[in-house]
Design a protein around this ligand. Structure first.
Ligand SMILES: NC(=O)c1ccc[n+]([C@@H]2O[C@H](COP(=O)([O-])OP(=O)(O)OC[C@H]3O[C@@H](n4cnc5c(N)ncnc54)[C@H](O)[C@@H]3O)[C@@H](O)[C@H]2O)c1
Length: 288
């Protein structure tokens, strides 16, 4: 019998990389549930069944009992979440309740994609934006479903992910892909002030390695998956080597975040990629 695995957000950046990896294992039958808000059909990979819809409708859309649900399908941008709070609530709060209820009723294990923003600025990060707060409060609800209803769960925390299928243009683009695009167009790199805010940029391949390990063997909270190297945004821009323009400060922008990877490392995870090498590779490929 194949293992049925459901990935919410499987048409997004990290979710599509996860689907691709899971589908390489012939013992898995992989399904994606995505509403195509930031996800795209261009991110579809072979041997995955794609279902379109909101996670809040999971009970009517998913007609089987998954072994594991990787719950990645949420609104996932920090600064933009102030403008998009209605979507944030619908996608993340209505969504988590429906997904947890579905896990409770079907007996599935839930692997929840938390955010390192929770560990930002000594814990203050959890309420710095609508996004951060929904992610942090969702981790508590996941834990509580474990205690209240014995739902098997693991919570992972990603740190600033970059790599294949990262969104590179438009309102929801993320930094490394955005800088790459600007280098290609020979444009100035813009940095939100103060520029000294530090991030642990982590390659998506390392994220997927950790995620699959935790999916198979991890139970409980605090499975951080992040590179140990922290760089300020200014240092990153300098690695790209273009002109820099400073933008005014924005709400929600944490300065630092603690990296909590010891539990993931105990499962055998190790980071294998560095942002510096990745930028050098992109430069060698002329930002193609
Ligand atoms: N990229 C990062 O650096 C990072 C860091 C920490 C946590 N995360 C978390 O990892 C997950 C994946 O992030 P990503 O970077 O791949 O973002 P993404 O925006 O590329 O992917 C999210 C996917 O979920 C879908 N989606 C959103 N809300 C949905 C809903 N209610 N129902 C169905 N589908 C929905 C989107 O269409 C998209 O395909 C998110 O939960 C995010 O909060 C990401």
């Amino acid at each position: 019998m194949k293992k049925r695995i459901l990935v919410t957000g499987g048409a997004g950046f990290i979710g599509s990389n996860l689907c691709e990896r899971l589908a390489q294992d012939a013992n898995n039958e992989v399904f994606s549930l995505d509403n195509y808000f930031t996800g795209s059909k261009e991110n579809h990979v072979a041997n995955v069944t794609y279902i379109e819809g909101l996670t809040s409708d999971i009970a009517t859309l998913i007609a089987f009992e998954p072994h594991t649900i990787y719950h990645l399908g949420e609104y996932s941008r920090v600064e933009q979440s102030f403008d998009d709070i209605e979507k944030v609530w619908k996608f993340n709060k209505d969504g988590i309740f429906a997904v947890l209820e579905f896990a409770r009723k079907t007996g599935a294990k839930i692997v929840y994609a938390g955010s390192s923003t929770k560990f930002g600025d000594g814990g203050l990060g959890r309420s710095q934006s609508p996004y951060a707060w929904t992610k942090a409060s969702n981790t508590e609800l996941v834990e509580n479903y474990g205690t209240w209803f014995n739902v098997p769960y693991a919570i992972v925390y990603f740190y600033n992910v970059y790599g294949k299928r990262e969104i590179q243009t438009g309102k929801y683009a993320t930094l490394i892909a955005l800088f790459k695009e600007k280098m290609k167009q020979d444009e100035t790199l813009t940095i939100v002030s103060p520029g000294t805010q530090k991030r642990n940029f982590t390659h998506v391949d390392d994220i997927i390695n950790g995620l699959v390990l935790v999916g198979e063997n991890g139970y409980g909270d605090e499975f951080g998956i992040g590179s140990p190297e922290a760089f300020s945004i200014k240092e990153i821009a300098e690695m790209f080597g273009a002109q820099i323009e400073m933008l005014p400060e924005r709400k929600g922008n944490r300065m630092t975040a603690d990296v909590v990877t010891s539990k993931t490392e105990a499962l055998g995870w190790k980071p294998t990629r560095t942002i510096k090498e990745y930028i050098d590779e992109m430069r060698a490929n002329k930002w193609a």
